[in-house]
Ligand binder design. Structure first.
Ligand code: NAP
Length: 235
């Protein structure tokens, strides 16, 4: 049975991805920084709750010990993410971004996936079909952000897009370092979740599509790429 860990899976896209992968027959470890929210969500889906705060070394270490004791890990989905520049009704733009906002954002969206991936590498290296899915964003694309007239170009925030561009860079470097694994970044699309005050244009069912698809990528599939549900995206 394929074993899969999804970070930040107590709600939103992570929760929907967990639901789909449980239905597909995976043993899903549902990561949540809040133990109680994780327990309730996992119970609802028939997943295994794992207390995991991606910003906390000790919490990640104990998640590794727990999953290792249960047998190992094949698929890691780095989904947990925050958008601190989102304030009610508006996104904090370049004039108001602070180093502290950048630090907080990178702590979760960039250092988080690295912390989790680094800690789970020994388990993934033992898998015969290791897969890593980094949940990125269209806002990661420097090409798209530079194309006037698009929604991506119009996004005024600094911290969140920069963090996802860094995540894409990390994806490419890990993919080169571990050619036996499939390591890709995905853009779920603008999805109605708490991350954007539920202003997103599409459902979590649609948003989770590309995450689920990349979680199932076979050993002959792409690695080091950046995709949405339609195919490859420009960096
Ligand atoms: P969401 O509903 O706000 O879910 C985010 C999840 O991340 C929650 O479970 C949250 O836990 C968790 N999280 C935050 N900080 C964490 C930490 N330090 N440790 C562990 N978990 C943590 O947002 P979402 O839209 O589903 O976002 C999922 C991913 O999709 C993110 O990486 C986001 O950047 C990406 N994405 C979203 C959209 C969109 O339109 N929604 C578009 C492109 C990309 P709590 O419940 O404890 O806060």
């Amino acid at each position: 049975m394929t074993t899969t860990l999804i970070t930040g899976a107590n709600k939103g896209l992570g929760f929907e991805t967990a639901r789909r992968l449980v239905a597909a027959g995976h043993l899903v470890y549902l990561g949540s920084r809040n133990a109680e929210r994780g327990r309730v969500a996992a119970e609802q889906l028939g997943a295994r709750a794992v207390h995991l705060d991606v910003t906390d070394d000790a919490s990640v270490r104990s998640a590794v010990e727990f999953i290792e004791a249960e047998g190992g890990l094949d698929v890691l989905i780095n989904n947990a993410g925050i958008q601190v520049e989102m304030s009610p009704g508006a996104i904090v733009g370049a004039a108001d971004v602070t180093a502290e906002m950048m630090r907080q954002t990178f702590e979760t969206n960039v250092f988080g996936p690295v912390r989790v991936l680094h800690a789970f590498l020994p388990l993934l290296q033992r898998s015969t079909a290791a897969v890593v899915v980094n949940v990125s964003s269209a806002l990661a694309s420097l090409t798209r952000r530079s194309e006037a007239g698009t929604a991506t170009h119009a996004y005024p925030g600094v911290a969140y897009p920069a963090s996802k561009t860094a995540l894409n860079a990390i994806t490419v470097q890990y993919a080169k370092a571990f050619p036996d694994m499939r390591i890709n970044a995905v853009e779920p699309g603008f999805t109605k979740t708490d991350l954007n005050g539920n202003t997103g244009a599409q459902t979590v069912e649609r948003g989770a599509e590309v995450i689920v698809c990349m979680a199932h990528i076979g050993s002959d599939g792409p690695t080091g790429g950046y995709f949405d549900a339609e195919g490859p995206l420009p960096w």
